[in-house]
Design a protein around this ligand. Structure first.
Ligand SMILES: *[C@@H]1O[C@H](CO)[C@@H](O)[C@H](O)[C@H]1NC(C)=O
Ligand SMILES: *[C@@H]1O[C@H](CO)[C@@H](O)[C@H](O)[C@H]1NC(C)=O
Ligand SMILES: *[C@@H]1O[C@H](CO)[C@@H](O)[C@H](O)[C@H]1NC(C)=O
Ligand SMILES: *[C@@H]1O[C@H](CO)[C@@H](O)[C@H](O)[C@H]1NC(C)=O
Ligand SMILES: *[C@@H]1O[C@H](CO)[C@@H](O)[C@H](O)[C@H]1NC(C)=O
Ligand SMILES: *[C@@H]1O[C@H](CO)[C@@H](O)[C@H](O)[C@H]1NC(C)=O
Ligand SMILES: *[C@@H]1O[C@H](CO)[C@@H](O)[C@H](O)[C@H]1NC(C)=O
Ligand SMILES: *[C@@H]1O[C@H](CO)[C@@H](O)[C@H](O)[C@H]1NC(C)=O
Ligand SMILES: *[C@@H]1O[C@H](CO)[C@@H](O)[C@H](O)[C@H]1NC(C)=O
Ligand SMILES: *[C@@H]1O[C@H](CO)[C@@H](O)[C@H](O)[C@H]1NC(C)=O
Length: 417
Protein backbone atom coordinates (compact mmCIF):
# COMPACT_ATOMS: atom_id res chain seq x y z
CA UNK A 1 0.00 0.00 0.00
CA UNK A 2 2.77 2.37 0.99
CA UNK A 3 4.64 1.41 -2.14
CA UNK A 4 1.59 2.12 -4.28
CA UNK A 5 1.19 5.52 -2.68
CA UNK A 6 4.84 6.25 -3.25
CA UNK A 7 4.52 5.27 -6.87
CA UNK A 8 1.43 7.44 -7.22
CA UNK A 9 3.29 10.38 -5.68
CA UNK A 10 6.18 9.81 -8.06
CA UNK A 11 3.82 9.67 -11.05
CA UNK A 12 2.10 12.85 -9.88
CA UNK A 13 5.47 14.61 -9.55
CA UNK A 14 6.37 13.55 -13.06
CA UNK A 15 3.02 14.80 -14.38
CA UNK A 16 3.59 18.18 -12.68
CA UNK A 17 6.97 18.34 -14.28
CA UNK A 18 5.77 17.50 -17.77
CA UNK A 19 7.29 20.36 -19.72
CA UNK A 20 5.06 22.81 -21.51
CA UNK A 21 7.86 23.72 -23.87
CA UNK A 22 10.06 20.82 -24.83
CA UNK A 23 13.83 21.05 -24.89
CA UNK A 24 15.78 20.24 -28.01
CA UNK A 25 15.90 16.57 -28.94
CA UNK A 26 18.99 14.71 -27.78
CA UNK A 27 22.06 15.51 -29.83
CA UNK A 28 25.73 16.27 -29.20
CA UNK A 29 24.63 19.91 -28.79
CA UNK A 30 22.02 19.09 -26.13
CA UNK A 31 23.43 16.15 -24.16
CA UNK A 32 21.13 16.74 -21.20
CA UNK A 33 17.93 16.64 -23.20
CA UNK A 34 15.31 14.24 -21.91
CA UNK A 35 14.40 10.80 -23.21
CA UNK A 36 10.75 9.82 -23.12
CA UNK A 37 9.45 13.04 -21.60
CA UNK A 38 8.67 15.05 -24.70
CA UNK A 39 6.84 13.90 -27.83
CA UNK A 40 9.80 15.09 -29.88
CA UNK A 41 12.39 13.03 -27.99
CA UNK A 42 13.73 11.66 -31.24
CA UNK A 43 17.47 11.25 -31.22
CA UNK A 44 19.31 13.28 -33.83
CA UNK A 45 22.65 11.62 -34.58
CA UNK A 46 25.68 12.80 -36.49
CA UNK A 47 26.90 15.86 -38.34
CA UNK A 48 24.80 18.48 -40.11
CA UNK A 49 23.27 17.81 -43.52
CA UNK A 50 23.69 20.35 -46.29
CA UNK A 51 20.91 20.43 -48.89
CA UNK A 52 22.48 20.35 -52.36
CA UNK A 53 19.49 19.98 -54.65
CA UNK A 54 15.71 20.19 -54.57
CA UNK A 55 13.74 18.03 -57.04
CA UNK A 56 10.07 18.32 -58.04
CA UNK A 57 9.93 14.59 -58.74
CA UNK A 58 11.31 11.83 -56.52
CA UNK A 59 14.79 10.71 -57.66
CA UNK A 60 16.17 7.18 -57.17
CA UNK A 61 19.74 7.53 -58.41
CA UNK A 62 22.55 10.01 -57.77
CA UNK A 63 26.10 10.52 -59.00
CA UNK A 64 28.64 13.28 -58.43
CA UNK A 65 31.44 14.09 -60.89
CA UNK A 66 34.91 15.53 -60.07
CA UNK A 67 33.59 19.10 -60.53
CA UNK A 68 30.94 18.18 -57.92
CA UNK A 69 28.14 18.34 -60.48
CA UNK A 70 25.17 16.25 -59.40
CA UNK A 71 23.34 13.81 -61.70
CA UNK A 72 19.97 12.31 -60.76
CA UNK A 73 17.73 9.62 -62.21
CA UNK A 74 13.93 9.80 -62.29
CA UNK A 75 12.74 6.30 -63.13
CA UNK A 76 9.49 5.76 -64.97
CA UNK A 77 8.05 2.87 -62.92
CA UNK A 78 5.85 5.19 -60.90
CA UNK A 79 4.57 7.48 -63.63
CA UNK A 80 5.85 9.42 -66.61
CA UNK A 81 8.79 11.80 -66.21
CA UNK A 82 10.04 13.90 -69.11
CA UNK A 83 13.65 13.20 -68.28
CA UNK A 84 15.02 9.92 -67.04
CA UNK A 85 18.53 11.24 -66.26
CA UNK A 86 19.42 14.87 -65.51
CA UNK A 87 22.38 17.05 -64.69
CA UNK A 88 21.62 19.56 -61.94
CA UNK A 89 22.54 23.08 -63.03
CA UNK A 90 21.46 24.91 -59.86
CA UNK A 91 19.71 24.15 -56.56
CA UNK A 92 16.43 23.68 -58.44
CA UNK A 93 17.34 23.59 -62.16
CA UNK A 94 18.10 20.50 -64.21
CA UNK A 95 18.83 19.66 -67.84
CA UNK A 96 18.40 16.28 -69.56
CA UNK A 97 21.68 14.37 -69.59
CA UNK A 98 23.56 13.42 -71.70
CA UNK A 99 21.01 14.70 -74.24
CA UNK A 100 17.29 15.31 -74.63
CA UNK A 101 16.78 12.79 -77.43
CA UNK A 102 18.24 9.80 -75.57
CA UNK A 103 15.63 10.20 -72.80
CA UNK A 104 12.84 8.58 -74.86
CA UNK A 105 13.05 5.77 -77.38
CA UNK A 106 11.28 6.62 -80.63
CA UNK A 107 8.91 4.14 -82.29
CA UNK A 108 10.93 1.28 -83.73
CA UNK A 109 14.23 2.47 -82.27
CA UNK A 110 16.56 -0.27 -81.01
CA UNK A 111 16.06 -0.22 -77.21
CA UNK A 112 19.81 -0.59 -76.68
CA UNK A 113 20.30 3.01 -77.88
CA UNK A 114 17.92 4.99 -75.67
CA UNK A 115 16.59 5.19 -72.12
CA UNK A 116 13.62 2.98 -71.27
CA UNK A 117 13.70 3.16 -67.47
CA UNK A 118 17.06 4.19 -66.01
CA UNK A 119 17.33 3.49 -62.27
CA UNK A 120 20.75 4.83 -61.31
CA UNK A 121 23.77 6.76 -62.55
CA UNK A 122 27.22 6.12 -61.01
CA UNK A 123 30.77 7.38 -61.42
CA UNK A 124 33.55 4.78 -61.73
CA UNK A 125 37.17 5.30 -60.64
CA UNK A 126 38.35 6.42 -64.11
CA UNK A 127 35.79 9.25 -64.41
CA UNK A 128 33.26 7.45 -66.57
CA UNK A 129 29.59 7.81 -65.75
CA UNK A 130 27.43 4.69 -66.04
CA UNK A 131 23.68 4.34 -66.27
CA UNK A 132 21.75 1.17 -65.50
CA UNK A 133 18.50 0.75 -67.44
CA UNK A 134 16.04 -1.97 -66.33
CA UNK A 135 14.65 -1.90 -69.89
CA UNK A 136 11.19 -2.47 -68.41
CA UNK A 137 8.65 0.02 -69.83
CA UNK A 138 6.34 1.53 -67.19
CA UNK A 139 3.49 -0.85 -66.40
CA UNK A 140 5.23 -3.86 -67.95
CA UNK A 141 6.76 -6.73 -66.04
CA UNK A 142 9.63 -7.72 -68.28
CA UNK A 143 12.40 -5.94 -70.19
CA UNK A 144 11.95 -5.29 -73.90
CA UNK A 145 14.54 -6.94 -76.20
CA UNK A 146 17.96 -5.18 -75.91
CA UNK A 147 16.42 -2.84 -73.31
CA UNK A 148 18.17 -4.08 -70.15
CA UNK A 149 21.65 -2.61 -70.24
CA UNK A 150 24.41 -0.50 -68.80
CA UNK A 151 25.98 2.38 -70.78
CA UNK A 152 29.20 4.25 -70.08
CA UNK A 153 29.67 7.94 -70.91
CA UNK A 154 32.53 10.41 -70.70
CA UNK A 155 32.09 13.42 -68.42
CA UNK A 156 31.25 15.37 -71.59
CA UNK A 157 28.32 13.02 -72.15
CA UNK A 158 29.77 11.08 -75.09
CA UNK A 159 28.57 7.47 -75.22
CA UNK A 160 31.60 5.20 -74.76
CA UNK A 161 30.12 1.69 -74.73
CA UNK A 162 26.85 -0.17 -74.22
CA UNK A 163 26.63 -3.61 -72.62
CA UNK A 164 23.27 -5.22 -73.32
CA UNK A 165 22.15 -7.97 -70.95
CA UNK A 166 21.18 -10.85 -73.28
CA UNK A 167 17.52 -11.67 -73.58
CA UNK A 168 18.01 -15.27 -72.41
CA UNK A 169 18.79 -13.79 -68.96
CA UNK A 170 15.51 -11.79 -68.78
CA UNK A 171 13.62 -14.83 -67.40
CA UNK A 172 11.41 -14.40 -64.33
CA UNK A 173 11.15 -10.62 -64.82
CA UNK A 174 14.85 -9.85 -64.28
CA UNK A 175 14.89 -6.19 -63.18
CA UNK A 176 18.36 -4.58 -63.27
CA UNK A 177 18.22 -1.95 -60.55
CA UNK A 178 21.67 -0.81 -59.50
CA UNK A 179 25.26 -1.07 -60.71
CA UNK A 180 28.84 -0.61 -59.48
CA UNK A 181 32.06 -0.85 -61.47
CA UNK A 182 35.46 -2.24 -60.49
CA UNK A 183 37.84 -0.86 -63.14
CA UNK A 184 40.85 -2.93 -62.06
CA UNK A 185 39.35 -6.42 -61.77
CA UNK A 186 40.24 -8.71 -64.70
CA UNK A 187 41.49 -7.18 -67.94
CA UNK A 188 39.11 -4.20 -68.37
CA UNK A 189 37.07 -4.32 -65.19
CA UNK A 190 33.70 -5.75 -64.22
CA UNK A 191 30.25 -4.35 -63.59
CA UNK A 192 28.13 -5.77 -60.76
CA UNK A 193 24.35 -5.46 -60.90
CA UNK A 194 21.49 -6.19 -58.51
CA UNK A 195 18.19 -7.56 -59.89
CA UNK A 196 15.32 -6.37 -57.68
CA UNK A 197 12.67 -8.70 -59.13
CA UNK A 198 10.60 -10.67 -56.62
CA UNK A 199 12.95 -13.66 -56.97
CA UNK A 200 16.03 -11.47 -57.11
CA UNK A 201 19.47 -12.28 -58.52
CA UNK A 202 22.93 -10.78 -59.04
CA UNK A 203 24.73 -10.21 -62.33
CA UNK A 204 28.26 -9.46 -63.36
CA UNK A 205 29.48 -8.20 -66.71
CA UNK A 206 33.03 -8.64 -67.99
CA UNK A 207 33.73 -5.18 -69.41
CA UNK A 208 36.34 -6.60 -71.79
CA UNK A 209 34.32 -9.18 -73.72
CA UNK A 210 30.85 -8.11 -72.56
CA UNK A 211 29.94 -11.58 -71.24
CA UNK A 212 27.23 -11.57 -68.56
CA UNK A 213 26.51 -14.09 -65.83
CA UNK A 214 23.41 -14.18 -63.65
CA UNK A 215 23.77 -15.73 -60.21
CA UNK A 216 21.76 -16.79 -57.17
CA UNK A 217 18.38 -16.36 -58.89
CA UNK A 218 15.52 -16.93 -56.45
CA UNK A 219 17.73 -17.86 -53.52
CA UNK A 220 17.26 -16.91 -49.88
CA UNK A 221 20.01 -14.28 -50.25
CA UNK A 222 18.37 -12.39 -53.14
CA UNK A 223 14.66 -12.84 -52.37
CA UNK A 224 12.42 -10.74 -50.12
CA UNK A 225 11.29 -11.92 -46.69
CA UNK A 226 8.01 -13.80 -46.84
CA UNK A 227 5.15 -11.36 -46.13
CA UNK A 228 7.61 -8.56 -45.34
CA UNK A 229 6.26 -5.46 -43.58
CA UNK A 230 8.61 -2.55 -42.98
CA UNK A 231 7.89 0.70 -41.16
CA UNK A 232 8.29 4.30 -42.25
CA UNK A 233 8.12 7.38 -40.04
CA UNK A 234 6.60 5.08 -37.44
CA UNK A 235 3.91 3.53 -39.66
CA UNK A 236 3.79 -0.08 -40.95
CA UNK A 237 3.98 -0.25 -44.76
CA UNK A 238 2.13 -2.71 -47.01
CA UNK A 239 1.70 -2.99 -50.73
CA UNK A 240 -1.73 -1.76 -51.88
CA UNK A 241 -3.87 -2.09 -54.98
CA UNK A 242 -6.89 0.03 -54.09
CA UNK A 243 -8.08 -1.58 -50.87
CA UNK A 244 -6.42 -4.93 -51.63
CA UNK A 245 -3.41 -5.53 -49.42
CA UNK A 246 -0.31 -7.51 -50.30
CA UNK A 247 3.35 -7.42 -49.32
CA UNK A 248 6.32 -5.60 -50.78
CA UNK A 249 8.56 -8.20 -52.38
CA UNK A 250 11.46 -6.20 -53.84
CA UNK A 251 14.58 -8.38 -54.06
CA UNK A 252 18.31 -7.57 -54.25
CA UNK A 253 18.67 -3.79 -54.48
CA UNK A 254 21.43 -1.78 -52.73
CA UNK A 255 24.98 -2.52 -53.86
CA UNK A 256 28.57 -1.45 -53.17
CA UNK A 257 32.06 -2.74 -53.85
CA UNK A 258 34.53 -2.67 -50.99
CA UNK A 259 37.91 -4.34 -50.34
CA UNK A 260 37.43 -6.89 -53.16
CA UNK A 261 33.96 -7.87 -51.99
CA UNK A 262 30.55 -7.31 -53.54
CA UNK A 263 27.98 -6.16 -50.96
CA UNK A 264 24.24 -6.15 -51.52
CA UNK A 265 21.02 -5.88 -49.59
CA UNK A 266 17.55 -7.30 -50.17
CA UNK A 267 15.17 -4.35 -50.06
CA UNK A 268 12.07 -6.03 -48.63
CA UNK A 269 14.07 -7.41 -45.71
CA UNK A 270 16.57 -6.21 -43.14
CA UNK A 271 19.32 -8.43 -44.55
CA UNK A 272 22.59 -7.65 -46.31
CA UNK A 273 25.33 -9.94 -47.60
CA UNK A 274 28.70 -10.01 -49.25
CA UNK A 275 30.67 -12.20 -51.57
CA UNK A 276 34.18 -12.10 -53.03
CA UNK A 277 34.17 -10.33 -56.42
CA UNK A 278 36.43 -13.12 -57.72
CA UNK A 279 33.83 -15.75 -56.83
CA UNK A 280 30.99 -13.67 -58.28
CA UNK A 281 32.77 -13.32 -61.64
CA UNK A 282 34.02 -16.91 -61.91
CA UNK A 283 31.79 -18.54 -64.54
CA UNK A 284 33.21 -22.01 -63.85
CA UNK A 285 31.74 -22.16 -60.34
CA UNK A 286 28.30 -23.68 -59.78
CA UNK A 287 25.53 -21.58 -58.23
CA UNK A 288 25.75 -23.88 -55.17
CA UNK A 289 29.45 -23.01 -54.78
CA UNK A 290 28.69 -19.30 -55.11
CA UNK A 291 25.86 -19.54 -52.56
CA UNK A 292 28.18 -21.38 -50.15
CA UNK A 293 30.66 -18.45 -50.38
CA UNK A 294 28.07 -15.82 -49.39
CA UNK A 295 28.73 -14.13 -46.05
CA UNK A 296 25.88 -12.95 -43.81
CA UNK A 297 27.07 -10.45 -41.17
CA UNK A 298 23.67 -10.38 -39.41
CA UNK A 299 20.47 -8.41 -39.78
CA UNK A 300 20.64 -4.67 -40.21
CA UNK A 301 17.66 -3.45 -38.20
CA UNK A 302 16.37 -1.58 -41.24
CA UNK A 303 15.15 -1.90 -44.76
CA UNK A 304 17.84 -0.48 -47.02
CA UNK A 305 17.84 0.74 -50.61
CA UNK A 306 21.32 2.07 -51.29
CA UNK A 307 24.92 1.32 -50.37
CA UNK A 308 28.21 3.08 -51.00
CA UNK A 309 31.82 2.57 -49.89
CA UNK A 310 34.86 4.73 -49.03
CA UNK A 311 38.64 4.46 -49.37
CA UNK A 312 39.07 3.48 -45.69
CA UNK A 313 37.24 0.15 -45.90
CA UNK A 314 33.93 1.54 -44.72
CA UNK A 315 30.57 0.53 -46.15
CA UNK A 316 27.59 2.93 -45.86
CA UNK A 317 24.00 1.66 -45.91
CA UNK A 318 20.92 3.87 -46.25
CA UNK A 319 18.56 2.79 -43.46
CA UNK A 320 15.15 3.97 -44.66
CA UNK A 321 13.18 2.60 -41.72
CA UNK A 322 15.36 4.57 -39.31
CA UNK A 323 15.69 7.93 -41.15
CA UNK A 324 19.36 7.15 -41.04
CA UNK A 325 22.57 6.23 -42.77
CA UNK A 326 24.46 3.37 -41.17
CA UNK A 327 28.08 2.36 -41.63
CA UNK A 328 30.32 -0.58 -40.89
CA UNK A 329 34.10 -0.97 -41.01
CA UNK A 330 35.24 -3.91 -43.12
CA UNK A 331 39.01 -3.50 -42.72
CA UNK A 332 40.47 -4.50 -39.37
CA UNK A 333 43.10 -1.69 -39.51
CA UNK A 334 40.37 0.94 -39.13
CA UNK A 335 38.46 -0.83 -36.33
CA UNK A 336 38.87 1.17 -33.09
CA UNK A 337 37.14 -1.11 -30.57
CA UNK A 338 37.63 -4.65 -29.27
CA UNK A 339 34.95 -6.96 -30.64
CA UNK A 340 34.66 -10.64 -29.66
CA UNK A 341 38.19 -10.52 -28.23
CA UNK A 342 39.66 -9.13 -31.47
CA UNK A 343 41.74 -6.06 -30.57
CA UNK A 344 41.38 -2.81 -32.51
CA UNK A 345 43.77 -2.37 -35.42
CA UNK A 346 45.56 -5.24 -37.11
CA UNK A 347 45.23 -6.16 -40.74
CA UNK A 348 43.01 -7.93 -43.23
CA UNK A 349 39.24 -8.05 -43.52
CA UNK A 350 36.95 -7.89 -40.51
CA UNK A 351 35.33 -11.31 -40.05
CA UNK A 352 31.58 -11.28 -40.77
CA UNK A 353 30.75 -12.22 -37.16
CA UNK A 354 32.67 -9.17 -35.91
CA UNK A 355 30.78 -6.59 -38.00
CA UNK A 356 29.33 -3.88 -35.77
CA UNK A 357 27.02 -1.61 -37.75
CA UNK A 358 26.76 1.96 -36.41
CA UNK A 359 24.76 5.07 -37.22
CA UNK A 360 26.54 7.82 -39.13
CA UNK A 361 23.60 10.20 -39.21
CA UNK A 362 19.93 10.14 -38.25
CA UNK A 363 17.56 12.99 -38.95
CA UNK A 364 13.98 13.73 -39.92
CA UNK A 365 15.50 15.18 -43.11
CA UNK A 366 16.44 11.66 -44.25
CA UNK A 367 13.20 10.56 -45.89
CA UNK A 368 14.16 7.31 -47.62
CA UNK A 369 17.72 7.99 -48.72
CA UNK A 370 17.91 5.89 -51.87
CA UNK A 371 21.29 6.25 -53.59
CA UNK A 372 24.54 7.55 -52.15
CA UNK A 373 27.92 8.53 -53.59
CA UNK A 374 31.21 9.68 -52.07
CA UNK A 375 33.56 12.25 -53.56
CA UNK A 376 36.19 14.66 -52.22
CA UNK A 377 35.32 14.11 -48.59
CA UNK A 378 31.55 14.36 -48.97
CA UNK A 379 28.88 11.70 -48.77
CA UNK A 380 25.99 12.67 -51.07
CA UNK A 381 22.56 11.05 -51.12
CA UNK A 382 19.14 11.62 -52.63
CA UNK A 383 15.81 11.11 -50.82
CA UNK A 384 12.47 10.12 -52.33
CA UNK A 385 9.93 9.15 -49.62
CA UNK A 386 9.41 5.84 -51.45
CA UNK A 387 7.26 4.31 -48.69
CA UNK A 388 4.73 7.16 -49.05
CA UNK A 389 4.24 6.52 -52.77
CA UNK A 390 0.87 5.28 -54.12
CA UNK A 391 1.72 1.56 -54.40
CA UNK A 392 2.62 1.55 -50.70
CA UNK A 393 -0.32 3.57 -49.36
CA UNK A 394 -3.95 2.56 -48.68
CA UNK A 395 -6.16 3.26 -51.72
CA UNK A 396 -3.01 4.28 -53.61
CA UNK A 397 -3.01 7.81 -52.21
CA UNK A 398 0.24 9.60 -53.00
CA UNK A 399 1.38 10.78 -49.57
CA UNK A 400 4.78 11.98 -50.73
CA UNK A 401 5.29 15.69 -50.15
CA UNK A 402 7.83 17.26 -52.44
CA UNK A 403 10.16 18.88 -53.06
CA UNK A 404 12.56 15.98 -52.64
CA UNK A 405 15.92 17.03 -51.37
CA UNK A 406 19.38 15.63 -51.93
CA UNK A 407 21.96 16.25 -49.22
CA UNK A 408 25.63 15.92 -48.48
CA UNK A 409 27.47 15.42 -45.21
CA UNK A 410 31.19 15.64 -44.50
CA UNK A 411 33.01 12.35 -43.91
CA UNK A 412 36.52 13.48 -44.93
CA UNK A 413 37.04 10.41 -47.12
CA UNK A 414 37.11 9.53 -50.81
CA UNK A 415 35.34 6.75 -52.72
CA UNK A 416 36.45 3.10 -52.66
CA UNK A 417 38.51 2.09 -55.71
C1 LIG B 1 24.30 18.85 -18.21
O1 LIG B 1 24.08 18.53 -16.88
C2 LIG B 1 25.26 18.56 -16.07
C3 LIG B 1 24.93 18.01 -14.69
O2 LIG B 1 23.76 18.63 -14.20
C4 LIG B 1 25.77 19.99 -16.05
O3 LIG B 1 26.98 20.04 -15.30
C5 LIG B 1 26.07 20.42 -17.47
O4 LIG B 1 26.46 21.79 -17.49
C6 LIG B 1 24.85 20.27 -18.36
N1 LIG B 1 25.20 20.53 -19.73
C7 LIG B 1 24.47 21.29 -20.55
C8 LIG B 1 24.98 21.46 -21.97
O5 LIG B 1 23.44 21.80 -20.18
C1 LIG C 1 9.83 12.07 -73.39
O1 LIG C 1 8.49 11.70 -73.66
C2 LIG C 1 7.53 12.29 -72.81
C3 LIG C 1 6.19 11.65 -73.07
O2 LIG C 1 5.91 11.66 -74.42
C4 LIG C 1 7.54 13.81 -73.02
O3 LIG C 1 6.64 14.41 -72.13
C5 LIG C 1 8.94 14.32 -72.73
O4 LIG C 1 9.02 15.68 -73.01
C6 LIG C 1 10.00 13.58 -73.56
N1 LIG C 1 11.32 13.97 -73.08
C7 LIG C 1 12.20 14.61 -73.82
C8 LIG C 1 13.49 15.00 -73.17
O5 LIG C 1 12.01 14.89 -74.99
C1 LIG D 1 19.79 -3.85 -81.51
O1 LIG D 1 21.02 -3.55 -80.85
C2 LIG D 1 21.70 -4.73 -80.39
C3 LIG D 1 22.90 -4.27 -79.55
O2 LIG D 1 23.69 -3.42 -80.28
C4 LIG D 1 22.11 -5.57 -81.60
O3 LIG D 1 22.76 -6.73 -81.15
C5 LIG D 1 20.85 -5.96 -82.35
O4 LIG D 1 21.19 -6.66 -83.51
C6 LIG D 1 20.02 -4.73 -82.71
N1 LIG D 1 18.73 -5.21 -83.21
C7 LIG D 1 18.23 -4.79 -84.34
C8 LIG D 1 16.91 -5.36 -84.69
O5 LIG D 1 18.80 -3.98 -85.02
C1 LIG E 1 4.17 -4.49 -72.51
O1 LIG E 1 3.78 -5.85 -72.39
C2 LIG E 1 2.69 -6.18 -73.22
C3 LIG E 1 2.25 -7.59 -72.88
O2 LIG E 1 3.36 -8.43 -72.69
C4 LIG E 1 3.10 -6.02 -74.68
O3 LIG E 1 2.02 -6.32 -75.52
C5 LIG E 1 3.52 -4.57 -74.90
O4 LIG E 1 4.01 -4.41 -76.22
C6 LIG E 1 4.60 -4.17 -73.93
N1 LIG E 1 4.85 -2.74 -74.02
C7 LIG E 1 6.00 -2.27 -74.44
C8 LIG E 1 6.13 -0.78 -74.46
O5 LIG E 1 6.91 -2.99 -74.75
C1 LIG F 1 11.42 -19.42 -55.90
O1 LIG F 1 11.66 -20.24 -54.78
C2 LIG F 1 10.49 -20.48 -54.02
C3 LIG F 1 10.90 -21.20 -52.75
O2 LIG F 1 11.77 -22.24 -53.03
C4 LIG F 1 9.49 -21.27 -54.85
O3 LIG F 1 8.32 -21.46 -54.13
C5 LIG F 1 9.18 -20.46 -56.12
O4 LIG F 1 8.35 -21.21 -56.97
C6 LIG F 1 10.45 -20.11 -56.86
N1 LIG F 1 10.14 -19.20 -57.93
C7 LIG F 1 10.65 -19.34 -59.16
C8 LIG F 1 10.23 -18.33 -60.16
O5 LIG F 1 11.41 -20.24 -59.45
C1 LIG G 1 -4.43 -3.66 -59.54
O1 LIG G 1 -5.54 -4.45 -59.82
C2 LIG G 1 -6.07 -4.23 -61.10
C3 LIG G 1 -7.39 -4.97 -61.19
O2 LIG G 1 -7.24 -6.28 -60.70
C4 LIG G 1 -5.04 -4.69 -62.14
O3 LIG G 1 -5.51 -4.47 -63.44
C5 LIG G 1 -3.76 -3.89 -61.94
O4 LIG G 1 -2.74 -4.39 -62.77
C6 LIG G 1 -3.30 -4.01 -60.50
N1 LIG G 1 -2.20 -3.09 -60.30
C7 LIG G 1 -1.05 -3.49 -59.82
C8 LIG G 1 -0.01 -2.44 -59.67
O5 LIG G 1 -0.83 -4.65 -59.52
C1 LIG H 1 -9.37 -6.82 -55.08
O1 LIG H 1 -9.62 -8.17 -54.80
C2 LIG H 1 -10.91 -8.58 -55.21
C3 LIG H 1 -11.12 -9.98 -54.71
O2 LIG H 1 -10.01 -10.79 -55.01
C4 LIG H 1 -11.00 -8.47 -56.72
O3 LIG H 1 -12.29 -8.86 -57.17
C5 LIG H 1 -10.75 -7.03 -57.13
O4 LIG H 1 -10.68 -6.92 -58.54
C6 LIG H 1 -9.42 -6.57 -56.57
N1 LIG H 1 -9.26 -5.13 -56.83
C7 LIG H 1 -8.18 -4.63 -57.35
C8 LIG H 1 -8.17 -3.16 -57.57
O5 LIG H 1 -7.22 -5.33 -57.65
C1 LIG I 1 38.72 -4.11 -57.41
O1 LIG I 1 39.46 -5.23 -57.80
C2 LIG I 1 40.81 -5.19 -57.36
C3 LIG I 1 41.52 -6.37 -58.01
O2 LIG I 1 40.94 -7.57 -57.61
C4 LIG I 1 40.83 -5.23 -55.84
O3 LIG I 1 42.14 -5.14 -55.36
C5 LIG I 1 40.02 -4.05 -55.30
O4 LIG I 1 39.91 -4.12 -53.89
C6 LIG I 1 38.63 -4.03 -55.88
N1 LIG I 1 37.97 -2.78 -55.51
C7 LIG I 1 36.93 -2.74 -54.65
C8 LIG I 1 36.38 -1.38 -54.35
O5 LIG I 1 36.44 -3.72 -54.14
C1 LIG J 1 37.36 -20.29 -60.75
O1 LIG J 1 37.03 -21.36 -59.91
C2 LIG J 1 37.72 -22.55 -60.23
C3 LIG J 1 37.13 -23.67 -59.37
O2 LIG J 1 37.25 -23.37 -58.01
C4 LIG J 1 39.21 -22.34 -59.97
O3 LIG J 1 39.92 -23.51 -60.31
C5 LIG J 1 39.69 -21.18 -60.81
O4 LIG J 1 41.03 -20.88 -60.49
C6 LIG J 1 38.84 -19.95 -60.59
N1 LIG J 1 39.20 -18.92 -61.55
C7 LIG J 1 39.62 -17.73 -61.20
C8 LIG J 1 39.92 -16.77 -62.28
O5 LIG J 1 39.74 -17.40 -60.02
C1 LIG K 1 35.47 4.59 -32.41
O1 LIG K 1 35.10 5.55 -33.40
C2 LIG K 1 33.74 5.94 -33.34
C3 LIG K 1 33.46 6.81 -34.54
O2 LIG K 1 34.36 7.84 -34.63
C4 LIG K 1 33.45 6.61 -32.02
O3 LIG K 1 32.09 6.94 -31.95
C5 LIG K 1 33.81 5.67 -30.89
O4 LIG K 1 33.66 6.33 -29.66
C6 LIG K 1 35.24 5.18 -31.03
N1 LIG K 1 35.49 4.15 -30.02
C7 LIG K 1 36.55 4.17 -29.24
C8 LIG K 1 36.68 3.05 -28.25
O5 LIG K 1 37.38 5.05 -29.34
Amino acid sequence: MKLLLALFAFAATCLCQFPTTCPQPISPQSPNATIGVCPNDFTIIGPALEAVHSSKNPPTGLAVDPSLNIYLTYPRNSGPTPNNVVLCTSYTDEVPWPSAQIQNCTAGQNASECFINVQNVVLDSINQLWIVDSGIPPGNKSAVPYGSKIMSFSLKGELLRTYVIPQELYYDNMNANDVRINNTLGTKGYAFITDESASGSLLSINLDDGSVIRRLHNTSVTRADEKYVGTYNGEPIYSWNGTNKSFINTGADGIALQSGNFYWGVLASRRFYYLSQGVMTNASLSDEQVLAAVQFPGQLGSEQAGFTADDHGRLYLTASEQNAIYYVDTLQQYVNETVNSVQPGGSGLVAAENYVVKTLVRSGLIQHADSAAILQGWLYFCTNQLALSPSRQYNNVDNRKGPFRSYRTWIGRGPAV
